[in-house]
Design a protein around this ligand. Structure first.
Ligand code: ZN
Ligand code: ZN
Length: 296
C-alpha cells in the first residue's frame, strides 16, 4: 500500500498549517525566502560547508537512508554530514529537500536503529511537505533580530510559524514510528535530546521516563488551560519539549489509526470475527467489545 501523509499527520499540524496561510504578510515572506533559497544556492552552501554522503562516502551512515525513502516512496534526497551539536534537519524547498545530520547526533546516539528513526523523522518532514515552511521558519527566526523593527514586523508570522513548526514535529515523530515499527527507537532519540549522550542515557528506565512524560503533560496542559502561556520559553521554540513528544508518540502507538496502518503496511489482517457473536473486532483484542467473551 502506498502511504499518504493523511494516514499519519497530527491533527494539530494540519490545522496549524492551514492557519499559516491566513496570517497577514505570510505569502509575501514565503516568496521572499523562496527566492533566497534557490536550489543552486542551497546546494552550494551544503557542498562548501559539509560532507556529502554517498554509497562510497561514509557508506555506513549513507546506507541507512535509501531503505527509509523506499518505505515512504520518496526519491533519496541529497544527504550531508555537518559538524555540530545533537541535531538533524531538512532544508530547501519541498521538491529539492536536503537532509543534514550533525556529527553531535551521531556521537551521542551511536545506535543504528535510533539514527534510522531520526532519518525517518526527517523523511517524514519531506513526505508531509514540511521542508519549505521549516526553512522559512528557520530563516525568519535567524533574521528577525537582524532587521530594524524586524521583531515587530515579523512577530505574528514568526510566532505562527514556530507554533506550526512544533506541531509538525509530532507528525514527523509518527513517521519515525511507522518506519521503526516500535516506539523504542523514537523514544531513544528523544531521551538523548532530553538527557544527553547515549553513553549516559542508554540505561534510562523507559517506562519511568514514559510515566514522567505523562505527568509532565498533565501539569503542562493544566497550566495552559489556566493561563495562556506566552512565556518566550515556549512560544519561540521550534520543537516541542521531549516529554511532550514521548507522550504523544506513545499515545499514537496505542491508537486504532496506527494499529490499522501498521497492519496494512505489513500486509497483516487488522480485524477478525468474534468467536462467540461473530461481530468484527480488532485482531489484538483479548475480549470482544460486543459480547465481552475472551478470545483465544
Ligand atoms: Zn523535525
Ligand atoms: Zn463477541
Amino acid at each position: 500500500m502506498a502511504l499518504n501523509y493523511r494516514d499519519f499527520i497530527h491533527p494539530e499540524d494540519e490545522i496549524a498549517i492551514q492557519r499559516l496561510d491566513s496570517v497577514i504578510g505570510f505569502k509575501t515572506i514565503t516568496k521572499l525566502v523562496m527566492n533566497l533559497i534557490k536550489e543552486q544556492r542551497v546546494r552550494s552552501e551544503c557542498l562548501t560547508e559539509m560532507i556529502r554522503l554517498s554509497p562510497t562516502q561514509l557508506p555506513k551512515i549513507y546506507n541507512l537512508l535509501p531503505p527509509i525513502c523506499q518505505k515512504f516512496g520518496i526519491t533519496v534526497p541529497e544527504f550531508y554530514l555537518q559538524s555540530g551539536d545533537c541535531n538533524a534537519y531538512t532544508y530547501g524547498d519541498d521538491q529539492n529537500a536536503i537532509i543534514v545530520i550533525k556529527s553531535g547526533l551521531l556521537n551521542q546516539l551511536k545506535d543504528e536503529k535510533a539514527i534510522s528513526a531520526v532519518l525517518a523523522h526527517e523523511c517524514g518532514h519531506i513526505f508531509c511537505r514540511h521542508t519549505f515552511y521549516k526553512t522559512v521558519a528557520n530563516y525568519i527566526a535567524n533574521s528577525a533580530n537582524l532587521l530594524p523593527l524586524g521583531q515587530v514586523a515579523l512577530g505574528p508570522i514568526q510566532l505562527a510559524l514556530a507554533y506550526w513548526s512544533r506541531r509538525s514535529e509530532l507528525s514527523a515523530d509518527r513517521a519515525a514510528l511507522i518506519y521503526s515499527g516500535d516506539s523504542e527507537s523514537v523514544i531513544r532519540y528523544l531521551i538523548v535530546f532530553a538527557g544527553g549522550s547515549a553513553a549516559i542515557t542508554k540505561y534510562v528506565n523507559m517506562e519511568e521516563f514514559a510515566a514522567q512524560a505523562e505527568l509532565a503533560q498533565k501539569i503542562h496542559s493544566g497550566i495552559l488551560q489556566k493561563s495562556l502561556d506566552i512565556s518566550t520559553n515556549i512560544i519561540q521554540r521550534s520543537h516541542p519539549f521531549p516529554s511532550e513528544r514521548v507522550y504523544e508518540i506513545l499515545k499514537w502507538e496505542k491508537s486504532e489509526q496506527y494499529q490499522r496502518l501498521r497492519a496494512v503496511l505489513n500486509d497483516q489482517p487488522f480485524e477478525k470475527s468474534c468467536q462467540h457473536c461473530n461481530q468484527t473486532i480488532q485482531i489484538q483484542a483479548k475480549f470482544c467489545r460486543f459480547c465481552g467473551q475472551p478470545q483465544s
